[in-house]
Ligand binder design. Structure first.
Ligand SMILES: Nc1ncnc2c1ncn2[C@@H]1O[C@H](COP(=O)(O)OP(=O)(O)OP(=O)(O)O)[C@@H](O)[C@H]1O
Length: 333
């Protein structure tokens, strides 16, 4: 029996294609495949368009071990070693939810599945145990409370791919086997690791709180809620100090420490140290011949840095930047 997508409300279209849409796409794919018993449908590299990577074509013939691939779009022939030919998958695997099921698991087919799903904003796709996520750069309603409810305690293979299914599997296994579980979230800068990590933490916080035994749940609710708040808030607080601006992700975060139980004095100290490091990084030095003779320029960055750290700035400069030999030798700080 197919899953009733109405449980996902607004999020349904971002999680699984409707049966009508699937049929429509399948018909198009069958038309593209077109050559049952004829030349094999294959992926042809598109060197003129590296972003596209591959386009559809047919394996027309083989000459001296080189397969002659003819592109569907412009009829050009491209020769590749026979062993390197990447065959297209049967139409039923187009936009499939688990790439481990592909008949031909090759780079072009993986890219095709991910790209074609992404154009429909189906951002989660399984590859066996892995869940591949493509950053949508817009908030989809797939993290709503009703989605969390829908994935809770359900079998992974009966639900559309989602990070929550992976999180739920880990949670259920932890309860069943009484063993710690790990999730690896990896990807390039800006891929969405932080956002997805936060969603996982949120999932655990909500599911674990909801799963507390009746009676106990009420008695402990205020305490549990503050624990949830602490768990969800811990990541951004770490993020604020651990993050850096990259060419792909500004990821700047500003989040307040009170929830995590830091005292006013500790918070003040953290801001002072952070500001001191920033001023220190902004210090410039007049170029003397030898590095150890460098002098701070006329800006007040050194003064600000030392004020924040409670140091005497002339002593600081003298010992850190002008003293020959080991840097911190004799430093009064
Ligand atoms: N699932 C998502 N839905 C909506 N937007 C997202 C999603 N994932 C990522 N983004 C967007 O992409 C931006 C970058 O994502 P994120 O900070 O999670 O990347 P990252 O992999 O942690 O990067 P870095 O390695 O640089 O820390 C986010 O600030 C957010 O705007």
């Amino acid at each position: 029996m197919s899953l009733d997508l109405s449980i996902f409300q607004d999020a349904a279209q971002y999680l699984r294609m409707s049966e009508e849409k699937k049929m429509e796409i399948m018909a198009k794919q069958i038309a593209l495949a077109k050559t049952i018993g004829g030349p094999k449908p294959v992926w042809v590299p598109t060197p003129e368009d590296p972003d596209l990577g591959y386009t559809r074509g047919l394996w027309s013939e083989t000459k001296a071990g080189m397969a002659q691939l003819v592109r569907d779009d412009n009829g050009e022939t491209y020769a590749v070693k026979e062993d390197d030919v990447m065959e297209c998958n049967p139409p039923k695997y187009h936009q499939c939810e688990d790439m481990a099921n592909l008949t031909y698991l090759n780079e072009a087919s993986v890219l095709d599945v991910l790209r074609s799903r992404y154009t429909e904003f189906l951002i989660y796709t399984y590859s066996g145990l892995f869940c591949v996520t493509v950053n949508p750069y817009k908030m989809l309603p797939v993290y709503a409370m009703y989605c969390i409810d829908a994935y809770r305690g359900r079998k992974r293979n009966e639900m559309p791919p989602h990070l929550y299914a992976v999180a739920d599997t880990a949670y259920q296994q932890m309860l069943t086997y009484r063993e710690n579980q790990s999730m690896l979230i990896t990807g390039e800068s800006g891929a969405g690791k932080t956002v997805n990590t936060k969603k996982v933490i949120q999932y655990f916080a909500l599911v674990a709180a909801a799963g507390a035994p009746a009676g106990k749940a009420n008695a402990k609710s205020a305490k549990d809620m503050s624990l949830e708040d602490k768990i969800v808030s811990a990541n951004p607080a770490l993020e604020a100090f651990g993050n850096a601006k990259t060419t792909r992700n500004d990821n700047s975060s500003r989040f307040a420490f009170h929830i995590l139980g830091f005292s006013e004095e500790q918070i003040d100290g953290i801001w002072k140290i952070s500001a001191a490091i920033l001023h220190h990084m902004n210090m410039e030095f007049r170029n003397k011949q030898r590095e150890e003779q460098a002098e701070a320029d006329g800006t007040d960055n050194a003064d600000k840095c030392c004020f924040l750290l409670g140091l005497n700035s002339s002593e600081f400069l003298k010992y850190i930047y002008r003293q020959p030999g080991p840097l911190l030798q004799g430093c009064p700080c």
